[in-house]
Design a protein around this ligand. Structure first.
Ligand code: PMP
Length: 338
């Protein structure tokens, strides 16, 4: 293997792992692409790298400037890795109440952290609007704008998805994942549909997000809540609009949290919350096509460790009234019924 000159060179080229336990139960092949292997520990390193490279190329981001971004955490960590690698400063605007693990990593990677109250998107103090305002008011700030900046989509269209096609030798029947900005689902579904004949692509949406309802009824409406972080939106972003989807569905927290504990115990894989939702969705699709040997793929989006204080915290889940020990046959039954 070659040596890397700077840390951001290590972004991408992540491995794919077969989830043995769930593959055996479903009689299919269920794979996760392990984005936790990126230096910042998440899939958002890819978007961070591409957005920064393109901004430098365009002359929008110049030496001495500060990168500013509104983030649930992982994009900020990714941007901090890229900023340090290329000699920029980084300011992350983050809503209060996200897992403390992400706040800690952001500052460990050298980013400045500005915490704001978690308010609805229409409030001008939402982390997105705060970051945008900071970017507009300061000449030496560059706002990454991960939601509408389609270089985010491009990271996946040009890198993640071609890696998948190569690693799977062009053989994949189903792809499914959740959306935060929509960059991941946009870039991957568009490329996969163009390059793998017959592949079916789905969105899995957490409760509390409006994308599933939007795809079915053309308007944003949400119900319920979710403890997942970094996913779910109430508007159609430019990145999401590029998706090529065959359908969507929702999975409740109790099912994917219980399933995460099952694969932790049986496969030794510790998933973060969005990855657990992704895997539950892939398992659901596999159960819908039981014993067909179909190949399904989703993402392990970040390090499971980043969800330690919530998803793997029994007291927290009990307080929230979320079941976390549903037995695997009951999980199967409930997922199949969706
Ligand atoms: N999973 C995690 C853990 C994330 O932080 C994010 C992004 N916020 C996503 C999934 C969704 O990725 P995207 O922004 O590309 O839709």
């Amino acid at each position: 293997m070659e040596t890397a000159a700077i840390q951001s060179d290590l972004i991408g080229n992540t491995p794919i792992l077969k989830v043995q336990s769930l593959s055996e139960i479903s009689g299919c092949e269920i794979y996760i692409k392990c984005e936790s292997f990126n230096p910042g520990g998440s899939i958002k390193d890819r978007a961070a790298k591409k957005m920064v490279e393109k901004a430098i190329e365009r002359g929008d981001l110049r030496p001495g400037m500060t990168i500013v971004e509104g983030t649930a955490g992982n994009t900020g960590i990714g941007l901090a890795v890229v900023a340090k690698s290329l000699g920029y400063k980084m300011l992350a605007v983050m809503p209060k109440g996200q897992a403390l693990e992400k706040e800690r990593m952001l500052t460990l990677f050298g980013a400045e952290l500005k915490l704001v109250d978690p308010v609805p998107f229409k409030d001008e103090n939402h982390f997105y609007h705060t970051a945008k305002r900071l970017g507009q008011e300061n000449e030496d700030y560059w706002w990454a704008n991960q939601f509408e900046n389609t270089d985010n989509f491009l990271a996946h269209y040009e890198h993640t998805a071609p890696e998948i096609v190569e690693q799977m030798s062009g053989k994949l029947d189903f792809f499914v994942c959740a959306a935060g900005t929509g960059g991941t689902i946009g870039g991957n579904t568009k490329y996969l549909k163009e390059h793998i004949k017959g592949i079916k692509c789905y969105l899995v949406d957490p409760y509390g997000s409006g994308l599933h309802h939007f795809l079915e009824h053309k308007e944003f409406q949400s119900s319920g809540t979710s403890i997942t972080e970094g996913i779910g939106i109430m508007r159609e972003t430019a990145n999401f609009a590029k998706s090529d989807l065959d359908g969507s569905f929702q999975v409740e927290d109790s099912l994917h949290i219980s399933l995460a504990r099952y694969v932790r115990d049986h496969d030794g894989i510790v998933l973060g919350s969005s990855s657990a939702l992704n895997l539950a969705a892939a398992f659901k699709l596999a159960l819908d096509h039981k014993n067909t040997g179909s190949k399904l793929l989703t993402f392990m989006c970040d390090l499971g460790e980043r969800s330690y204080s919530k998803m793997y915290n029994d007291d927290f889940l009990t307080e929230k009234g979320i079941e976390f020990n549903i037995d695997i046959t009951e999980i199967e039954k409930r997922l199949s019924a969706i």
